[in-house]
Design a protein around this ligand. Structure first.
Ligand code: NAG
Ligand code: NAG
Ligand code: NAG
Ligand code: NAG
Ligand code: NAG
Ligand code: NAG
Ligand code: NAG
Ligand code: NAG
Ligand code: NAG
Length: 611
């Protein structure tokens, strides 16, 4: 249990440092779990509050807005994307979780928040630029989802669009085109009209995919910050500057200004940053990173980092006239910087980013702001405490299960699925399910640990034909699939194990649980539900974290209900209750016993006597 020791020593280090003069410390990630492509803005007018948002791909609600006054405690305050009519196309996006909401840029100016973003449809041909729908959303109240505007669409054939206001009030769009160049043009933010030609302003330092551009004006220079090197191991932040907005831009000789490539750090792929200043004048950068360790540099899809790209914070020194310099990112950040102070924002709809869940679906409540669906949800599929089912969430089944590779085939019909992010290295998640409405073959209600359509492991109650007799009976099913596109087929993984429902659970609520038992494995278990207390759980299977390898997303957990391709939409109703998520541990240094990862071993452990 070496990782425990590492965590304890990090805590001891923090305690000692607080005694030393002027040294500050904090932990990374500051917002853990699936929170890629961060962007933040500081708002002195709203009590010195920082606001950030992230890529949310096909989650709905999406574009979660987090607020903080100390850069450490982050509260989910609204979801900018919260009404189906804002982006109806989200219902039909194919190519799993690599389509959807891409890297946003969030800015505040003159009393208004402006959010630039792209909805990407990766199923369209690469040169068909209609696959990128760029838009602007605004609000004057970041604490209320409903106050976020409908999108103003604008014509831009690329991604990662970002706004810039020059001193003369002129407004500009900067974005990434074709993985090759940064384009810029004047843009009317009110109408979405592009007011001039798109000009190539910088091509980066020669690596693929110059992207995520942000323009900052400082000391008479226009600074152009970009990400480069692709979103994996060579990912980084580069910066360039010019006396003129349209260039020519000169790269910082010290580029990359932020990178972990080929380093020994647990935090890899560090990049895609955004710089902002606090009330004391200190500059900070928010960036993305994966907790994957050194092996990530050589075999990224064989590494262990199920939470994907997470948000890390690092102080930036930016003296007048000089290039900015970043501190390298690690799990414990220590240095001569002063963190801002301030209480957690009082307003807003959600909880702290690392909060546990104790959700009982009380009558009259609504789904907490941090829960989401995969693509747009069908309203009638879900109901909180409907008549006769107090303190539960009704899930009406979908035809599609979680393995629907191409949402076009759902014709917008949706998948019955409610989830939250995995936000801790080790966690435990469970719900109790009332499965009495399951009457036909392949009716199934379960919980999943899901990376995307091609990589998820589920434990469920499913109606299956019992061996031999042909009679339908409830079973505990442990089923999973891992067919990651970027992996050799011989490394694909399928499991499908069914166990007759234990006698003690017949006619009873069943508790279904997924737990990250250590830094390498998830365990899937079931036990007697319907009680408030802990209940003995039996493990029906394990999966290794590297069967859940992130590409753009990160692991989410939650319940689903499906008839697996049969009987039409809404074939049955099921009810989940007592939703619990408990964070057990946050690991911030590479655990010594985690490597190497072997592919030949198979670990599917059944209940003794049933395998
Ligand atoms: C600590 O900070 C104060 C004020 O910022 C400064 O005057 C002092 O020199 C610093 N001390 C050390 C040891 O760096
Ligand atoms: C591009 O995709 C759109 C659908 O968004 C389609 O209508 C159009 O025909 C495609 N154009 C080309 C040139 O393939
Ligand atoms: C949020 O905004 C909506 C739409 O303007 C409004 O109806 C609602 O009362 C607001 N909610 C809160 C808590 O202020
Ligand atoms: C970037 O590369 C393209 C294609 O080679 C070229 O047309 C463009 O001028 C370059 N942009 C800059 C700013 O050098
Ligand atoms: C930061 O990390 C980079 C990449 O690993 C490395 O080249 C550089 O030396 C590090 N800088 C410091 C100050 O440790
Ligand atoms: C629902 O449950 C709550 C709390 O458990 C209880 O106070 C309330 O009376 C119940 N309502 C109904 C309609 O059963
Ligand atoms: C059916 O029997 C096979 C072999 O005995 C066993 O592996 C499987 O788990 C059984 N399936 C069910 C649904 O009981
Ligand atoms: C999902 O449903 C399809 C039918 O629509 C079925 O063929 C497939 O086996 C199911 N698989 C999984 C892993 O959910
Ligand atoms: C994690 O737990 C699994 C299942 O018990 C075990 O096989 C594996 O060796 C453990 N890994 C570590 C690093 O302890």
């Amino acid at each position: 249990m070496h990782w425990k020791i590492l965590v304890v020593s990090a805590a001891a280090l923090l305690a000692n440092l607080s005694l030393a003069q002027n040294l500050s410390s904090y932990y990374n990630p500051v917002i853990s779990g699936f929170h890629p492509d961060p962007t933040c803005t500081f708002v002195p007018e709203l009590s010195n509050t920082f606001f950030c948002t992230f890529s949310s791909f096909i989650t709905f609600p999406g574009l979660p807005i987090y607020a903080s006054r100390d850069l450490i405690h982050w509260k989910l305050v609204s979801n900018a994307l919260n009404r189906p009519e804002q982006l109806p196309a989200l219902a039909f996006l194919a190519r799993g979780s690599t389509s959807g909401i891409y890297a946003p840029t969030l800015r505040y100016r003159d009393g208004k928040f402006t959010l630039f973003n792209t909805l990407a449809n990766q199923a369209l041909y690469p040169t068909n630029y209609t696959r990128f729908d760029n838009f602007i959303m605004t609000t004057t109240d970041p604490y209320n989802s409903s106050e976020w505007s409908d999108p103003i669409h604008f014509d831009f054939p690329g991604i990662d669009s970002s706004p810039f206001w020059d001193d003369d009030g002129q407004t500009y769009l900067t974005g990434s085109f074709d993985g090759k160049t940064i384009l810029q043009a004047p843009l009317d933010f009110e109408t979405g009209e592009v007011l001039g030609p798109l000009v190539s302003v910088w091509n980066g330092t020669g690596l693929p995919s110059p992207e995520a551009p942000h323009i900052y004006k400082k000391d008479g220079w226009y600074y152009l910050l970009t990400a480069e090197g692709g979103t994996r191991e060579r990912h980084r932040s580069n910066i360039a500057r010019s006396r003129s907005l349209f260039g020519p831009y000169e790269g910082d000789p010290a580029n990359p200004v932020l990178s972990a490539y080929l380093s020994e750090s647990y935090f890899q792929a560090v990049g895609h940053s955004d710089i902002f200043q606090d009330a004391m004048g200190q500059y900070w950068a928010i960036a993305l990173a994966v907790r994957a360790g050194y092996s990530y540099n050589f075999d990224p899809y064989n590494s262990i980092f199920p939470m994907g790209r997470e948000a890390v914070l690092t102080p930036v020194q930016w003296p007048e006239g000089a290039w900015p310099t970043y501190m390298n990112v690690s799990g414990v950040m220590t240095g001569d910087f002063a963190l801002p102070h301030g209480p957690v924002p009082e307003l807003g709809e959600g909880g702290l980013s690392e909060a546990d869940d104790v959700i009982n679906f009380a009558l009259g409540s609504s789904l907490p702001a941090h829960l989401f669906h995969w693509r747009l949800s069908i309203a009638k599929t879900y109901a909180i405490s409907p008549s006769g089912h107090n303190n539960s969430l009704m899930l009406q089944s979908s035809v599609q299960n979680l393995t629907s590779f191409d949402a076009d085939s759902t014709r917008g019909l949706g998948q019955t699925f409610v989830a939250r992010r995995q936000t801790h290295t080790r966690f435990r998640f469970s719900v109790d399910v009332d499965w009495s409405g399951l009457t036909r073959e392949q009716n199934e209600v379960g919980v999943t640990a899901l990376q995307d359509q091609a990589q998820h492991f589920d434990i469920s109650v499913a109606m299956l034909k019992t061996n031999g007799s042909g009679a339908l009976a409830p079973h505990i099913r442990f089923r999973g699939i891992s067919t990651m596109l970027y992996r050799l087929p011989e490394r694909f993984k399928y499991v499908d194990e069914a166990f007759p429902l234990p006698e003690a659970l017949i006619g009873k609520m069943v508790r279904l649980q997924v737990e990250a038992v250590n830094t390498t494995h998830y365990a899937f278990s079931a036990g007697l539900g319907g009680c408030d207390e802990e209940t003995p759980m039996e493990i029906y299977g394990y999966t290794r974290d590297n069967y859940l390898v992130p590409y753009f997303s990160g692991v989410v957990v939650g319940p689903y209900a499906t008839s697996n391709g049969k009987f039409g939409e809404g074939a049955f109703k099921s009810y989940v209750s007592r939703w619990r998520y408990t964070g057990l541990e946050q690991v911030r240094e590479l655990p010594a016993d985690q490597q190497p990862v072997y592919w030949d071993e198979t670990l599917v452990v059944g209940v003794a006597g049933t395998l």
